[in-house]
Design a binder for this molecule. Structure first.
Ligand code: AP5
Length: 208
């Protein structure tokens, strides 16, 4: 299973990826998680990335692409991978195609988790994220159900930044839906339903 998850911020990409990873043991490659880990560790990359992330803007491609290539080459990606949050624009999609071709790999599907903007604003405002493992859950969950870590509100889940992220999605990432449709890889799931119902359809669409 080699797939790309597409969808607006808060559509539920990470939530569905967590479930696929639990059931199928594939690698979850989330560029958001990789960048937040770099910010937390205070690396040079993390310091540069933080200003873009806090503003709800995309981090420059050159900072993200090498992170993804490194993760795709790691052992845990040999069983398959779910790319969550990458690619984010056409340049990243083209780079991904050529990186996969170099590794003799290809994508099986690009799955769009489709959710209306009104639902997204509500979800992101109430989302809490684990500081240690990145697990996400609605507000009210104070201890991570996955690793016991502390749940917190991401800086970019504050209302003023959510709208910027949605604008960036519409202008830069949404065109990838047509990109993958043109390659015959696009699958679409209605993400505005209970998590387990969405997941059942995800598995059906991916023939799992
Ligand atoms: P990133 O971390 O990728 O954020 P995002 O794409 O904005 O996606 P989210 O993690 O916010 O949402 P999600 O779709 O995973 O939803 P979730 O499952 O958590 O990126 C953050 C920043 O990093 C970017 O703004 C950018 O600056 C930078 N960045 C990252 N990748 C980059 C790249 N490739 N290039 C350049 N910059 C990059 O769900 C949301 C909430 O809804 C949760 O509380 C969840 O519990 C709940 N929920 C999920 N599903 C359902 C459901 N079916 N019903 C009800 N509630 C649900």
């Amino acid at each position: 299973m080699n797939i790309v998850l597409l969808g607006a911020p808060g559509a539920g990409k990470g939530t569905q990826a967590q479930k696929l990873v639990e059931e199928f043991g594939v690698a979850h490659i989330s560029t958001g998680d990789l960048l937040r880990a770099a910010v937390k560790a205070g690396t040079k990359l993390g310091v540069k990335a933080k200003e873009y992330m806090d503003a709800g803007q995309l981090v420059p491609d050159k900072l993200v692409v090498d992170l993804v290539k490194e993760r795709l080459a790691a052992d845990d990606a040999k069983k398959g991978f779910i790319l969550d949050g990458f690619p984010r624009n056409t340049a990243q999609a083209v780079t991904l195609d050529s990186a996969l071709a170099d590794m003799d790999l290809s994508l099986d599907a690009a799955l769009l988790v489709d959710v209306k903007a009104e639902v997204i604003v509500e979800r992101l405002s109430s989302r809490r994220t684990c500081r240690d493992c990145g697990y996400t859950a609605p507000a009210g969950v104070d201890v991570c159900p996955s690793c016991g870590g502390e749940m917190y509100q991401r800086d970019d889940d504050k209302p003023e930044t959510i709208q910027n992220r949605l604008n960036v999605y519409e202008s830069q990432t949404a065109p990838l839906v047509e990109y993958y449709k043109g390659k015959g890889l696009l699958k679409v799931v209605d993400g505005d339903r209970p998590v387990d119902d969405v997941y059942a359809d995800v598995k059906e669409l991916l023939a799992l």
